[in-house]
Design a protein around this ligand. Structure first.
Ligand code: C2E
Ligand code: MG
Ligand code: MG
Ligand code: MG
Length: 282
């Protein structure tokens, strides 16, 4: 109400508003504009089969360059989008861009098996998500199996029922489901029985502590790889930076790697160039 009260009130309140709150408000306004203008970019980080270096998929990661101040870290603006009620629209934008990109790669003859998009808990709680996915897939003219969503375990802790029925519908669409940051969500393993998921993504925290392969983190990774195998699911290790860790993970039976050891997230054009050079998959 500071504004409505006129200039006099502004002079009283503006200096009192602390810098952090002011900065945040500005950031939120800029983000709101970027989302409205469709200015959220998407970068892609390949998932690689470490046995032959083949790209077997990619994760779509939102990018925002704030006018006048440069790139804002994804974690920062995603959290802001969640707080500011912008995440549904931002998420749909990323989803639609990823679907269109899949269609472009197919048209260019460099088809990539699948792209995963991250989904926030608010999106999962909304009844709209499955419909939004279906529309994005249909508008781009891609196969549902080319798209995967990444959800975190912690998202399942709160509204378990709602989340599960939504995931059921998404699974029925033929869209893949990956559990992101697996092992960090403080949830029970029982959801692994009832959820229609396809992929476990081992969190970078475990990869960081692999050591010589005899650490507790390494034991957990071995167990998770075994669990995935027993359940008939795919397993991906993320945040893998060292070739030494790629070798350790391979010895544990984890061959799908996402991390700087192979590729950083990159603009679509860069990935297109890499896909053009890549040997065709069998
Ligand atoms: P995430 O889904 O776990 O994505 C993996 C993050 O790890 C990405 O960070 C990626 O750049 C980073 N990463 C991959 N390989 C390595 C590595 O070898 N070393 C290191 N140090 N980092 C690596 P990014 O792009 O900054 O995204 C951070 C988080 O923001 C994501 O974590 C995800 O939770 C969220 N996010 C990003 N885009 C979206 C989106 O479109 N929607 C939603 N809801 N969340 C998103
Ligand atoms: Mg992810
Ligand atoms: Mg992750
Ligand atoms: Mg993460």
């Amino acid at each position: 109400h500071g504004k409505r009260a006129g200039g006099r009130a502004l002079r009283v309140f503006a200096p009192a508003m602390n810098d952090a709150a002011h900065f945040r408000l500005q950031l939120e306004q800029d983000l709101r504009r970027a989302v409205a203008e469709g200015a959220i970019d998407v970068h892609y980080q390949p998932r690689v089969d470490s046995r032959d270096g083949r790209i077997v998929g990619a994760e779509a990661l939102a990018r925002w360059t704030r006018p006048g101040s440069g790139p804002v870290p994804a974690q920062e603006f995603i959290a802001l989008a969640e707080d500011a009620g912008l995440i549904d629209e931002l998420g749909e934008q990323v989803m639609r861009k990823a679907c269109r990109q899949l269609a472009e790669w197919a048209a260019a003859g460099v088809a990539i098996p699948s792209v995963a998009v991250n989904v926030s808990s608010h999106q999962l709680r909304s009844w709209k998500l499955a419909g939004t996915l279906r529309a994005a897939i249909a508008d781009a003219g891609i196969a549902p199996s080319q798209l995967e969503i990444e959800i975190t375990e912690s998202m399942l802790v709160h509204d378990r029922e709602g989340g599960e029925s939504q995931l059921q519908r998404i699974g029925e669409l033929g869209v893949g489901i990956a559990i992101d940051d697996f092992g960090t969500g403080y949830s029970s393993l029982s959801y692994l029985v009832s959820l229609p998921f396809d992929t476990l993504k081992i969190d970078r925290a475990f990869v960081l502590d692999l050591g010589d392969g005899a650490t507790p983190a390494a034991a957990i990774v071995r167990a998770v790889v075994g669990l995935a195998r027993e359940l008939g699911k795919d397993v991906v290790a993320e945040g893998v930076e060292a070739m030494e860790d790629v070798r350790l993970l391979a010895a544990m039976g984890c061959h799908t790697i996402q991390g700087y050891a192979f590729h950083r997230p990159m603009p679509a054009d860069e990935l297109t160039a890499i896909l053009r050079q890549a040997p065709r998959g069998a």
